[in-house]
Ligand binder design. Structure first.
Ligand code: COA
Length: 146
């Protein structure tokens, strides 16, 4: 498996990014200013993520997704560990905004709860977002020192 930074034709990876963020408009707001990374198995991209620069030595993991049929096999963990290593060369902290349903993934990698942004998923998306049948309302933010 190989990690690759993508500079051209970022839209080719929308099918992966849409697994984590259902709104193309929202993805486009961070895709071009952020750094897009993919994780490839031979020539097949199996995961994608966007790291977005913030101020004060922080970056935000704006999106991370693994192909649906390959989820739950440790690929997301492997990929995020590599991204954290890479980000540590440039940043001191990585933040991530998530829903209560996916926070277990970040906690297992050492991310700690920082704060909640009430109504984030209602205020920032044109349509209601559901995850496993539960509406996403507040965004819970986690961070890790790199
Ligand atoms: C979230 C995601 C990137 C994790 O990648 P993955 O390869 O499936 O995860 P791993 O197999 O490395 O799992 C690592 C741990 O996180 C947990 N986990 C994985 N996905 C989870 C989820 N959606 N909710 C809660 N826990 C999750 C696993 O149970 C595992 O814990 P365990 O080792 O105790 O069993 C992947 O499931 C995905 O693409 N989901 C859809 C998109 C998404 O929701 N992205 C995150 C947006 S905030």
């Amino acid at each position: 498996m190989v990690l690759q930074k993508i500079k051209e034709s970022k839209k080719d990876y929308l099918h992966l990014l849409l697994l984590a963020d259902p709104d193309v408009g929202a993805i486009e707001r961070y895709l071009y200013k952020g750094d897009l990374y993919i994780y490839k198995d031979a020539d097949t991209p199996v995961a994608a993520a966007v790291l977005y620069p913030l101020k004060d030595g922080q970056c935000e993991l704006k999106n991370i997704a693994v192909l649906e049929e390959l989820q739950g096999k440790g690929i997301g963990t492997e990929f995020l560990k590599l991204l954290m290593k890479l980000a540590a060369e440039k940043y001191q902290y990585m933040m991530v905004g998530t829903t209560s349903q996916t926070e277990g993934f970040y906690k297992s990698l050492g991310f700690e709860y920082s704060h909640t942004i009430p109504n984030f998923f209602i205020d920032n998306y044109p349509e209601p977002i559901f995850e496993n049948g539960i509406q996403c309302i507040d965004m819970r933010c986690f961070q890790i020192k790199l």
